[in-house]
Structure formats: structure tokens, C-alpha cells
Ligand binder design. Sequence first.
Ligand code: HEC
Length: 294
Amino acid sequence: MKNIVFNKAITLLIIASIPTLGIAASKSHAHPAWTWILNNFFFVIAATVAVAVLLSLWNLMNAMLSSHYRELGIEGYQSIDTEQVESPFSKLYDKLSGLVPIEKENDIMLDHDYDGIKELDNSLPPWWLYGFYISIVVSLGYLYVYEFSDIGLSQQEEYVIEIEKGEEARDAFAAKQANNIDEKNLIALVDAQSISVGMRAFKANCAACHGQEGQGGVGPNLTDPYWIHGGSTASIYKTIKYGVPEKGMIAWKTQMQPIMIHKISSYIKTIQGTNPPNPKKKQGVLYEEISTTN
Ligand code: HEC
């Protein structure tokens, strides 16, 4: 008896879950759990069907057992399918399933007889029929939203948006990596692209004081091996980043991305020993190169 109530409740739950999934589908930015269900929609349906099948098998087994026991005249088991349970669940279930009670089966019995096998003229179960009507209504809405209006996005549009999002995320990550630079353990970039970007930025921002060729002017010569603040890539980077404000060399960290400072420092390394005309005389101490990229 309890089993029957339980089984009916589960069946109702399963039936109710299908439109719920539909509603969830329209709110794709909902809770992660919903997103998971939506992403695994077919899995959920398959699992639901599997549960329903198991329940029906269980019901079938119970029915067969009780009729078997009834035949054997064992008391107590008859109650399983003869006693009607009048709970709100079972009432709703009966309504939705539209099953004709066994006592009234004669009314819907068709008059043909195939070697003793007879057929009942059951109507379609209301839950199924309503589901069918609802799906027709939903399909009209669906058709309008996705085919005739601008509300719903096509798969192609969704794809483009996803790709854009992915590219944004990738660029953000790359930018973070690129800015994740500081003066510790920095080595010079050597690729032509970075050097030429560094060169252009140098000519635009630094040449006024350090000369077009880095020969020096207001600021020191950057092509000779003598350095006030150190000649390693890391030292040059540090001088540019923090500047020497009291001597007229500004700190560039507020105006330039770390990657740009890195590129300019690397460019400065490439003009070492180029001996441009009109060099400013040496300042600072001799810097001995450990390696060309240091
Ligand atoms: C307004 C003039 C001015 C500008 C613009 C300028 N600098 Fe300087 N820079 C100086 C002065 C002056 C010094 C010397 C500081 C000192 O004496 O300590 C200096 C020092 C340096 C040094 C250290 C040199 C050494 O011998 O250690 C580096 C490297 C440098 N500047 C790079 C740059 C770069 C790269 C830029 C452009 C992004 C730049 N500077 C823009 C004036 C300038």
C-alpha cells in the first residue's frame, strides 16, 4: 500500500520535472545546477526514463506476485491491488492517468475477441495529451522567438559570441601574463617584433633627452658601457620604471605597461656599442656584460 503511494508520487514528480526543465531552459543564466541539468539534458531524460522503467517493473512484479498469492489464497496480499488508497497524490494520479477502474472495464471492452484476448478502448492518458497540447503551444513560442524575432540567438550567433568571449578571456590572460613582469630576473627580449616596438617607443618618448640614437643629451649616453644605475636589462628596466626623478629622469611606470618598458629595455640592449655620432661623454661605472641578454 505504501509502495503504491510512493510509486505514484515518484511518477508525478517525474512528469512535473519535464516542464520544469523546459522553464529552466529559458533561464540559461540561472543557478549552476540548472546549467548542469541543461548541459546534460539528454542524460537527465535518459535517467528519468530509466527510473520510470524500474518503477514500472517493480509495479508489475508486485501485481504478478499479488495475483499469484491470491490464487494460492494467501491472506494479506490481496490488499496490495484491491485496496484503494485515497490520498491527494493517488487522486491526482488517477485523474492524470485517466485509467478506468477495473470494475468499469466492461464498459470500454471492445467486442472483438482474439482467441480469448480482448481489447480495452482506453482513451489517451490526460497527462500525455496535455503534455502534447503544451508542447504544441511551446513550439509556437519557440518558432517565434528563434525564427521570427531577434530575441533568441541562433546556434551560429551563439557560437560567435562564445568565440568572442573565449578570445577576450585569452587576451585578458595574455595581458596579465605580459604585465606580470618586474625587475627581478628580467632578461632581454630578442625577437625583432619586440625590438622594433621598443625602438619606436624609445624614439617617441626618450629621444628628446637621450638622443635619437641613444647617444645622450640631457640624459646619459645609453650606447656606451658606462652606467650610473647599472647596465643589465633588469637594471635598465628598473631605472625606466622608477626613474631618477631628482635628476630629471621621470618614472614611467604610470604611463607605460610593464611589457612596453621591457621592450624598450631590450631595445636599449641592442644599441650597446653602436658608437653613434656626438656621443655624450661617459658617466657612471663600466658595466661588464655577463651575457648579451642580461
Ligand atoms: C626629460 C628628460 C628625460 C627623458 C624624457 C627620459 N630620460 Fe632617461 N634619463 C634622464 C636623465 C637626466 C638621466 C640621468 C639620471 C641620473 O643622473 O641618475 C636618465 C637616465 C636614464 C637611464 C639610466 C642611465 C644610466 O646610466 O644608468 C636609462 C636607462 C634611461 N634614462 C632610459 C630612458 C628611457 C627608456 C626613456 C623613455 C621611456 C627616458 N629615459 C626618458 C632624462 C630623461
